[in-house]
Ligand binder design. Structure first.
Ligand code: ATP
Ligand code: ATP
Ligand code: MG
Ligand code: MG
Lengths: 227, 227
């Protein structure tokens, strides 16, 4: 589903070069769940945005669902991303003018699904993340953790082949966090590929293997990687 | 420093009444560090915004540094808040057009401090949160945890008598989180009063006592409360 080959992402800051990612290799197959851990600023969110074709590498290549994203323009990348990736952003990124259900239904309506069907799927996703009472609430009427759960629900609809979750339990208490991990694991077992960025080792434990980043590089890898 | 007396905060949602907080009592003295824990949606952020005069209670009263905030208008509350409270918001709330150092210096410049002096204090705060390399970066050039640390540094300048931190370590790895807790604890020991909202029991352990919220009410309290 995803192959990242010697990918790097550099930024210019004045005359300094910031190596957000440096020569990263990562492959994730269908049904595989990879956790990514590392200090603040180590490149985790950058890795996820390359994986989901939100950004292009400065060097190396990213192949998502067979498409080399460096070969695409912004429109091409958006098309690949919309069909294949479900994103949970670190800052949630909900549409302020839409209710929780409308936010969740949006990717499905963009897929061409009827509003009626999309709303039904949105309701099911809200039940999964234990947030059905939030259906008609707007983002500014919800708590941080409630917005996070709605963002998770949005990533779960439409059976995307690659789930990319950037610290999806950061604003959640332990119990709610466990509920979310169970839902994510079920999705992977049903065939999705998943990358979970987390600071919580107990959540990383739900994955099949964990990759450790530091200063834009992979420093370690643990867990039962496919032999 | 802070006395909350039978305070409630209700919202209208159509014809439903949402009790974000219901009859809360809380007193925090100088040098006292209180942690607040509870499930997502239980009222923690709401409690912090009442404590810091960002919001007024629907019932009951909030007295901050001797001022009854229900008796003040928005301008009056802003004045009390600016002088007495240092806030770390759940979504950081940095000014996008200002660099890290400028964001941190802003409360001091609003206090009337010279730009030169304010920048020096901002640099010291950046050192405290281990983020001095971010001095001239803009918020959109920083990672989630980097923004969070800048938000923390901003709350620490100006020796505010009440520190209000809403999940300030949510986006931080364990080591960086420990650094932040040590800095907060040092501030409390130096005389500030502090309320820390957290989902992490290991961070709550740095406080003198922990208050547990559920559905807008206090359900439990633990720790060595002042006898
Ligand atoms: N404008 C609003 N209209 C309706 N309900 C609201 C509004 N703002 C907040 N609420 C509700 O008030 C309750 C408490 O919210 P609060 O943000 O204090 O929770 P919290 O404990 O901080 O949660 P989290 O851990 O998820 O950040 C939630 O159920 C929330 O949905
Ligand atoms: N536009 C930019 N210009 C300069 N540096 C940037 C820019 N965007 C990101 N960076 C830097 O790239 C590095 C990696 O950022 P990234 O957001 O991937 O970190 P992260 O591991 O997700 O951190 P966190 O755990 O704090 O969310 C950081 O040092 C960050 O400051
Ligand atoms: Mg990040
Ligand atoms: Mg909150």
């Amino acid at each position: 589903v995803l192959r990242i080959n010697a990918a790097s992402r550099y930024y210019r800051d004045g005359d300094a070069e910031i190596r957000a990612l440096d020569e990263i290799n990562l492959t994730v197959h269908a049904g595989e769940f990879v956790a990514v851990m590392g200090p603040s600023g180590s490149g985790k969110s950058t890795l996820l945005s390359l994986a989901g074709a939100l950004d292009t590498p400065t060097r190396g290549e990213v192949v998502l669902a067979g498409a080399n994203i460096s070969a695409l323009n912004a429109t091409g990348r958006a098309a690949v991303r919309r069909r294949h990736a479900g994103f949970v952003f670190q800052d949630y990124n909900l549409v302020p003018a839409l209710t929780a259900a409308e936010n969740i239904a949006l990717p499905l309506e963009l897929d061409g699904m009827s509003v009626r069907q999309a709303r039904r799927a949105a309701r099911a996703a809200l039940i999964d993340v234990d947030a059905v009472e939030l259906t008609d609430r707007f983002p500014d009427q919800m708590s941080g953790g409630q917005r996070q759960r709605v963002a998770i629900a949005r990533a779960l609809v439409g059976e995307r082949s690659l789930l990319l979750a950037d610290e999806p339990t950061g604003a959640l208490d332990t119990n709610t966090g466990e509920t979310i991990m169970r839902v994510l694991r079920a999705r992977i077992d049903a065939g999705a590929a998943g990358i979970l960025v987390t600071h919580d080792a107990r959540h990383a434990a739900w994955a099949d293997r964990t990759v450790f980043l530091r200063d834009g590089r992979v420093t370690d890898e643990t867990g039962t990687a496919a032999a």
